[in-house]
Write a protein of this length. Structure first.
Length: 431
C-alpha cells in the first residue's frame, strides 16, 4: 500500500517524539511505499542516515512555514503554536501529493497530542489519528507540592488544552478518524467526547531491533546500588517525590542520579540539602542521549514518579536495558509497567506516594535477586510488546482492514515512477 504519514517530529537515533516518527516510518517502509511529511529542521539528520542506510520505499517530503511565522519555534513556549500552524500548512502539500500518488491510508504520528488538529484527515482516504495523548492531569492533591512556577505551568497547560479541545478543527479531526489511537485511557475517553467513533489505547513507543540490542548491551556498574531518574526538571515530573522517598528509605550506601535540567533544578538541589541526602544525590545535568543511556545501563533501577506522562519513553528504555522501574500508577507508565517488571505506586496523596516509593526502593535495595528477576521480566516484556516490527505488522493489518472497508483503493497514475511524479529525487529526498 501507499501510506502518507505526518511526522512533525522525526529524526533517526532519537528517543521520545522524534523516535516515534522515524522508527515507525522506517519499519512500515519494509512492507509499504511510505511518504513522510516532516520539517526541514529534520532534513540533515534524515539525509545522513539514509545515505548510510538507504530505504528505497521511504520518501521524505519537507515542509516549512513561511519565514515570517517560523519565529514561533524559537523555544518550548512557542513550539506548540508553530506546531499548530504547521499542521494547518501541510494540508495543501498533502492534497497535491495525494492527487499525484493516490494514497491508500493516511496517519498522523507526531506530535503525540490530542488537542491539536491534523488536516490530513480531510483527504478522501481512511485516516488514523495517533497515538495521541495529553488528557492526563496532575492529581489535585499533588499540586500543593508544586512551586508557584509549577502551579502556573499546570494551570496554563490545562487552559491551552481546554482551548484546543474547543477548536472545531480538532473535533473535525476526531470525526474524520477511521481509528483514533490514544496513549492512555484518559485520552481515549477525551477522544470519544471529541467525536471519534473508534478508539484504541495504544502506546506510541516502539524500538527497532538495533535499538533493543544497543540498550541490552551490559555495562559495568559504577556503584553498588544506584537509583536514577531522567527527564526535564519540571514539577510534574515528580523528582521532588523521588528525593523525599530516597531520604525516607535511609539507604546510606546507595546513590541517586538525576539527569536533566530545567526550572526546578535549584529547588531540587535545596530539597536534597534540607533532606540531608545531598552527598548521595548527583545532579548530572542535561546529557547527550548516548551518555544518558550509558548512565542508565550503569544504574540499578529507574525511579519515574511522573504525574501525567503520556508516554514514558524512558521507562521502556530502562526496561529494555534490563532495569526494574518504580513509577506512579498514573498515565502512560501505568500502561507499560507490569508487576513483574517493577512497581506501580498508587498516587492518592503525596505523603502516601512518598512512603510507598520509599518502600519499593528499600525492597529493591535489600534483594539483589529481586532486581535481577524484575529486570529480566522488564526486558522480555519490551521485546514482546514494543518492537517496531510488531507495531508495524499490527498497523499493516489495520490498514488492510480500513482499505477493505472503504471499498476502493486510490490508484496512482501509471507509467511514471513515483519519485518523479512529485518531484523527488531517488532515495526519498526533496530536491
Amino acid at each position: 500500500m501507499k501510506l502518507l504519514l505526518s511526522a512533525y517530529a522525526c529524526q533517526p537515533n532519537k528517543g521520545s517524539e522524534p523516535g516515534v516518527g522515524w522508527n515507525l516510518a522506517c519499519e512500515l517502509a519494509r512492507s509499504h511505499d511510505v511518504w513522510v511529511i516532516t520539517r526541514n529542521e529534520n532534513r540533515m539528520a534524515i539525509e545522513q542516515e539514509l545515505a548510510r542506510a538507504p530505504i528505497p520505499a521511504l520518501h521524505v517530503v519537507y515542509y516549512d512555514l513561511p519565514y515570517l511565522v517560523r519565529w514561533w519555534n524559537k523555544d518550548l513556549r512557542g513550539v506548540h503554536i508553530h506546531y499548530h500552524l504547521w499542521q494547518l500548512g501541510i494540508y495543501r502539500l498533502a492534497r497535491d501529493l495525494h492527487r499525484t500518488v493516490g494514497f491508500d491510508v493516511a496517519q498522523h504520528l507526531t506530535y503525540v497530542r490530542h488537542s491539536s488538529p491534523s488536516l490530513i484527515s480531510l483527504l478522501p482516504i481512511p485516516f488514523v489519528w495517533g497515538p495521541v495523548g495529553g488528557a492526563d492531569s496532575t492529581p489535585r492533591s499533588f499540586r500543593k507540592t508544586f512551586s508557584l512556577h509549577g502551579r502556573v505551568h499546570e494551570w496554563l497547560r490545562a487552559a491551552f488544552r481546554a482551548l484546543g479541545e474547543r477548536d472545531p478543527l480538532v473535533h473535525l479531526t476526531a470525526r474524520r478518524s477511521a481509528l483514533a489511537q490514544a496513549t492512555t485511557p484518559a485520552t481515549a475517553d477525551r477522544l470519544r467526547q471529541l467525536g471519534a467513533d473508534a478508539v484504541q489505547v495504544c502506546s506510541e513507543v516502539a524500538f527497532s531491533d538495533r535499538q533493543l540490542a544497543e540498550l541490552a548491551e551490559p555495562q559495568p556498574v559504577r556503584h553498588p546500588l544506584t537509583f536514577i531518574s531522567i527527564g526535564r526538571l519540571l514539577c510534574w515530573k515528580g523528582f521532588h517525590l523521588g528525593l523525599q522517598a530516597f531520604a525516607l528509605a535511609g539507604l546510606d550506601w546507595a546513590e541517586y542520579w538525576i539527569i536533566g535540567d530545567g526550572p526546578e533544578r535549584r529547588r531540587l538541589n535545596s530539597l536534597a540539602r534540607s533532606l540531608g541526602v545531598d552527598s548521595r544525590v548527583r545532579f548530572l545535568g542535561a546529557l547527550p542521549r548516548q551518555e544518558a543511556l550509558l548512565h542508565l545501563k550503569q544504574s540499578s533501577a529507574l525511579v519515574h514518579p511522573s504525574l501525567h506522562d503520556s508516554g514514558g519513553w524512558v521507562c521502556l528504555e530502562a526496561m529494555a536495558a534490563g532495569k526494574p522501574v518504580i513509577c506512579l500508577d498514573l498515565a502512560g507508565p501505568a500502561t507499560q509497567i507490569t508487576p513483574e517488571a517493577g512497581f506501580r505506586i498508587p498516587a492518592h496523596t503525596p505523603e502516601q506516594a512518598v512512603r510507598d516509593l520509599a518502600g519499593a526502593m528499600t525492597m529493591l535495595a535489600s534483594d539483589e535477586q529481586l532486581r535481577i528477576r524484575k529486570g529480566a521480566a522488564a526486558q522480555q516484556h519490551v521485546r514482546r510488546h514494543y518492537r517496531c516490527e510488531t507495531r508495524a505488522q499490527a498497523l499493516s493489518n489495520l490498514y488492510a482492514d480500513l482499505v477493505r472497508r472503504a471499498g476502493t483503493r486510490n490508484a496512482p497514475p501509471h507509467g511514471v515512477p513515483l519519485a518523479r511524479q512529485v518531484g523527488l529525487e531517488p532515495g526519498g529526498q526533496q530536491p
